[in-house]
Every structure is written in C-alpha cells, then in structure tokens.
Design a protein around this ligand. Structure first.
Ligand code: PLP
Length: 387
C-alpha cells in the first residue's frame, strides 16, 4: 500500500525510542540537536509578523514565480551579499525543501540521479527518493578544512546524473565551497550536461570563512540555482518563504524558467500574505540574523575553550553555519555513546552517521542553544566522551 519512495521500516530508531522514554520519565533533556531558532530565546521584534496582516493580501493574484515586489526584494537581498541576480531570475517557494522538489521535477526523470555531498543534510535522502531520484554521494574530506573529493565525483557519476548539489556553508561541517572546487565542479558539469544546485541557506552565517569561499551564481557557466530562504536568513522557518536564484547561460536559463513556471503554476504554494510581506520580512531579518550570529560565535568559542581541557576530543574547523563537529575517540560506537549521553546525562546529540560521515566517531552539536543550556550540555558531553 505504501510507495517504495518511503522507507519500508517506519519504526523509530534506538535513539528516538530512548528519547521518548526519557521524556515520558519527565527528564528535562539538554538538546544539542536543537536547530529551531524560534525556540532558542532570541528577542524577535513583537511586530515582526505584523506585515502578514496587510489588507493588500486580500487580493489574490496567482503568479507562478511569485509577486514581482517579493521577487525584487529577494534580488535586492542577493545584492546585499554581493550577488547580482535580476528579479526576473528569481522564483519564490514555500521552503528550501520545496525548492529541491521543484528542481528535481524540472531536471530529472524517474531513475535519474543527482550528486550529493557526504557528510551533509540528512533530508537529501527523502527529498531525492520522494521525487524518484537517486542520490549518488560524493565525499567531502577533512584535512584541516573540508574539501570536495573531485576524483570521486568523476569516478562515481554515471550517465543518469542531472545535477550536482553543493551546500555552502554545509550542514553540519560548516564548510564553504572553495573557488577552485567550484571551478572543477563547473568544468565537470559543463562536460556532462549537469546543472548545479547550490544550497546557500546558511550563507549569512560566516564564522571563519576561507578567503577563497565562492558563491555559485557569479560567473555561472552552466545552468545554476542558488537556494535561500527566511528559515535561516531571518530565523523565521514558520513563515515558509524560500527562493531560487537562477543563473548560467541565457538561453538555458530562459528555457529552464519557462519550464519551471509550469511546475510552479501547478502548485502555487506560496501564500499571498507571505509574498506581500516578503520585502518587510526580509528587511526585519537583519536584526534576528545578527542575534543568531552572535549566539553561534559565542557558543563556538565556549565549545573550543571547554574542549581545550580534553585533548582526546577535536573540534573540527567551523567556517560557517549553525553547528560544530567533534571528532571523538573511537572506543565505543557512535550510537552507544549517544545513548549513554541520553540515558545517563540527559544530553541529546547527533551521531556523525546521521549525516553520513564516512567513518566513526563524530558528534554534531548545534550552536543555537541559549548559553546556559549550551555550556551545561557541552560540559556533560565532554566529560562523558573523555571518560
Ligand atoms: C542545508 C539545509 N538546507 C535547507 C534546509 C531547510 O530549509 P527550509 O526550512 O527552507 O526548508 C536546512 C534546514 O536545516 C538545511 O540545513
């Protein structure tokens, strides 16, 4: 009865079961997997969602790519980051996840493939399968910073590949795409007819970016998409506004936008109040973004200083984003360690395998928590792991 696009095993895993048991027992959990900015103690301006009540939203004007004023506001937001995209090369979506789904529909037939970085965002597994697309992993390797394993891309790609996904900065490694890696990927993409999908949702959260960090759109030589949204850039995931900036050779982009319009017109998923208030919401994002960036920086500094007392634990370089990766001694398996932390210390943390690290043992911690919770949780985690 259930499509094979969904996992056949729908049972909760061991960590989810243990978490449920702790919650039922009434234990307060220190959650180092928390990435919801609306539940992390930030001071949102009280009237931040006021623009959603603008009476202009009473007029429904179905526009597949979005209302022009909203698209222009997104183009201006790209310009804020130094990227030139005209409003007619911007499409609105209800989220980045939806943007992926729409782009896979645009580029892929059932059974086609996309190249996906490992480690990276775990949702790619579902986002691809739900569109009947195969995810072919390509590794990121850590040598003091994370770089793309180019040989592996060339080796593992097959004739069904339609696009290569790049996440910059990447979740959870925090690594930005480097200019020469982008050039090498673009060269392969041009030779093989692949598009480039660049997920730049965390682009505003640069902590220690490499000097040669590159965005995907400037100078794009192949059909290229840059994904962003309010979820991360304004800390407003509940508003449900994402976007796609299109780039590359004019003829390809024009054709892609015309075809994309058919898909977007089929769903018309972005609500009119969200579109009408997009310029104001994007503008108010700056204040929230600044708070999040300050928090993430503060927590990363704290993590580094606490971890300095534990030489067996390495905090890997974080160039940007909302998370940090700890390399921990590979004595117990990651899952055993995560369960122990949950059951004995009431600390929830993601194991590296959740993000498809090539080997054990890694822990991924969110840097979003309020300082008191973060410090307490990190203290317990480091003590347990070092023990
Ligand atoms: C790399 C990456 N892309 C996209 C998203 C989701 O964004 P949205 O809420 O716009 O779907 C996330 C959320 O954590 C993410 O980590």
């Amino acid at each position: 009865m259930i499509s094979s696009r969904l996992p056949q095993n729908l049972e909760p895993n061991a960590v989810a079961r243990a978490l449920e048991a702790r919650r039922r027992a009434g234990s307060p959990i220190l959650d180092l997997t928390a990435t919801n900015p609306t539940a992390a103690g930030f001071a949102y301006p009280k009237d931040v969602l006021q623009p959603l009540a603008d009476p202009r939203a009473l007029d429904y004007e179905p526009q597949p790519l979005g209302l022009w004023a909203a698209r222009a506001a997104v183009a201006a937001d790209f310009r804020r980051r130094g990227i030139v995209v005209s409003a007619d090369r911007v499409a609105l979506t209800s989220s980045t996840s939806e943007a992926y789904a729409l782009l896979f529909k645009l580029l892929c037939d059932a059974g086609d493939a996309v190249l996906v970085p490992h480690p990276s965002y775990p949702l790619f597994e579902h986002l691809t399968r739900l569109e009947s697309v195969t995810a072919i992993p390509y590794p990121l390797e850590y040598h003091g910073s994370w770089r793309v394993d180019m040989d592996s891309i060339a080796r593992t790609a097959n004739s069904r590949v339609r696009a290569v996904l790049i996440v910059s900065p990447n979740n959870p490694t925090g690594s930005f795409l480097h200019r020469d890696d982008l050039a090498a990927i673009s060269e392969l993409a041009a030779a093989n007819g692949w598009a480039i999908i660049g997920d730049e949702v965390f682009a505003d959260y640069a902590l220690d970016p490499a000097p040669d960090a590159a965005a995907v759109l400037p100078g794009a030589g192949v059909l290229t998409f840059s994904l962003g949204g309010l979820s991360k850039s304004a800390g407003l995931p509940q508003v449900k506004l994402g976007w796609i900036g299109f780039g590359g050779p004019t003829a390809l982009v024009d054709r892609a936008i015309t075809a994309y319009e058919i898909i977007a017109d089929t769903y018309l998923s972005v609500s009119t109040p969200v579109q009408a208030s997009a310029p104001a919401l994007i503008a108010s994002g700056a204040a929230i973004r600044a708070q999040i960036l300050a928090r993430v920086r503060r927590n990363l500094d704290q993590l580094r200083s606490q971890a300095a007392a534990h030489p067996s634990i390495e905090v890997l370089k974080v160039e940007g984003g909302w998370s940090a990766v700890l390399k921990v001694p590979q004595i117990r398996g990651e899952e055993a360690l995560v369960l122990e932390l949950l059951e004995k210390d009431d600390v929830l943390v993601h194991p590296g395998y959740f993000f498809d690290f090539a080997r054990e043992a890694f822990m991924v911690v969110s840097l979003l928590n309020e300082p008191a919770t973060f410090d307490l949780a990190i203290g317990r985690l480091l003590k347990r792991v070092a023990a």
